[in-house]
Design a protein around this ligand. Sequence first.
Ligand code: PMP
Length: 351
Amino acid sequence: MPSLAPRPDLESLPKYVPGRTILGAIKLASNEVPGGPLPSVRAAITDAMGDVNRYPDSGSQALRERLAADLDVPIDRLAVGCGSVSLCQQLIQAVCGPGDEAMFAWRSFEAYPIVTQVAHAVGVKIPLTDGYGLDLDAMLAAITDRTKLIFVCNPNNPTGTVLHRDEIERFIEAVPEHVLVVLDEAYKEFVTDSEVPDGVEFTRTHNNVAVLRTFSKAYGLAGLRIGYAVASAPIAEALRQVYVAFSVNAIAQVAAIASLDAADELLERCQEIITERERVRNSLVDMGYDIPPTQANFVWFPLGERTVAFSEHMLDRKLIVRPFPGDGARVTIGTPEENDLFLAAAREFLS
Ligand code: PMP
């Protein structure tokens, strides 16, 4: 009799290593914003608690209506998911069959290879350029008959680098129409470079473009798990088909709408992070670190074999950063006080 066992290929599945949380330590590991919910968002969350005996609206109708109005896209081009990481998985499930290829830069968001392999698709990793950016020409050259989806993370996690409008335009024009280009814009709200496009614009003219956004970063709702996709109507419909029923909870839906109501205030808060990001990067560059220019709420240290020593050094000082052993460390921008502590520790690491 065969015994019950998990799929054998799960043994080779890369692990998603979440940023650690240690009591009393400063967490600069998961690209969260430091501020908690605004009073108006907190009040909406508290109100929504009264209805938790009921299932949530599985179609997130109210939120989709709101996003449709804000973004000026028809509601049938929107899908809401349990964080945009869930939408990454849903997109692969929606377009890839077993053996089909999903392409992404490497290094990029670590969930891409995981959701790809879980769906029995094949991940194709394209190395970053020398400047730690996405190599779109190499991606184009790697497209095969099996390529179904390409993740383009802009700004790229974990390097913070960006692609400009003309680069993305040329890329989308060159990608065959049967390949879905997914512009992952998780860090969009931290972008100040005016050459970085709003990906939603491409979805108006190209059926094979989808955009992912999240409420976890600038909107400060990481713990509630909610994000959305803008795509063509058939792809958005497919996303809703593969959605795990009720997985976006009612409180998250209400909090997302309240956050959109408070968008001005929340985006104002991001300004401080942007200012701090520039201060932190400039200080690190002055110290002699190689830090690529970043448009996100984190900085990338391409430290190679020194990565683990760096993250251990930080941990000894109660600072949690995010190591990718052998490659580099990503450090989230925190409050000015947290950043000062981190900068002092970074200076010490060099001595
Ligand atoms: N895309 C990118 C590039 C990310 O960095 C993250 C979070 N680390 C996500 C998507 C997922 O965010 P969430 O699931 O919290 O919406």
